[in-house]
Design a protein. Structure first.
Length: 249
């Protein structure tokens, strides 16, 4: 398999894997704008040369858009191998390249969000445990912080208190999100419109800087839905799924 690192120089022509190929689509250009914002902070996006969901995205933890305390670690934003790419060792290739790059940059280990049981949009905990990761910290949202230290003396990462105990004061449905996930460019406005049309109390808070993300009240910042102050889910909604959620309350 040939791999390509997406950079400032080639991002305009490269497909970013998990969004559609049309560069004029809002899902594509919002994600690419976010990546351009993060490249100077050390963001690495490594993908298969073939189009599809086969990539790893990581950044030094001091610049990660998550509320964690992980000195000198590398944080994996997203690690996705699916479809016909599965079962060929490509996930090993990508993870090993991330490890090699992180060690070359003097990092103490890797960390990533997961869960006790597999959840949508989070890495499979069984796969991570198999690769040597361990649970570093847990949150009341059911989202775990996992890590792979390179040295037995490396400090173990942890969540901030706000992420460990996610809660907000605002009532109704409140969504915190970033432009890291391309799907948000399309589906957040759809949910906003659906809420207005159905008189549903809803507020979307767009996290636009790493500082805002690092102070967020949820371990997951790419998408975090709250209801009456309590964390609900990190799973993205379209209009039908959102209305189904409302009906269940």
């Amino acid at each position: 398999m040939e791999y390509i690192q997406v950079t400032k120089e080639n991002i305009e022509k490269e497909h970013i894997c998990c969004a559609i190929s049309n560069n004029k689509d809002v899902q594509v250009f919002t994600k690419k704008d976010w990546m351009m914002q993060c490249f100077d902070d050390g963001l690495v996006f490594l993908k298969s040369a073939e189009r599809g969901k086969c990539f790893i995205e990581y950044v030094p933890t001091e610049n990660a858009w998550v509320p964690i305390l992980a000195e000198n670690y590398m944080y994996i934003d997203c690690f996705w191998v699916s479809g016909f790419f599965k079962g060929h060792g490509y996930s090993n290739d990508l993870l090993n390249r991330c490890i090699e790059d992180s060690k070359a940059k003097g990092k103490s280990g890797l960390c990533i969000l997961s869960s006790a049981r597999k959840k949508p949009y989070l890495s499979d905990p069984k796969h991570l445990l198999y690769k040597g990761f361990q649970v570093a910290d847990t949150s009341e949202a059911g989202i775990n912080l996992m890590c792979l230290p390179f040295d037995e003396n490396a400090a173990i990462p942890r969540f901030t208190q706000a992420a460990k105990h996610p809660h907000i004061k605002e009532q109704g449905y409140v969504l915190y999100y970033t432009s890291q996930c391309p799907f948000n460019g399309k589906y957040v406005p759809i949910v906003e419109r659906t809420a207005i049309e159905n008189n549903i109390p809803f507020k979307a808070i767009h996290i636009e800087t790493k500082e805002q993300a690092q102070a967020a009240p949820s371990p997951c910042t790419s998408y975090a839905m709250f209801y009456n102050g309590e964390f609900l889910t990190n799973e993205q909604f379209n209009d039908k799924k959102f209305l189904k959620l409302i009906q269940s309350k």
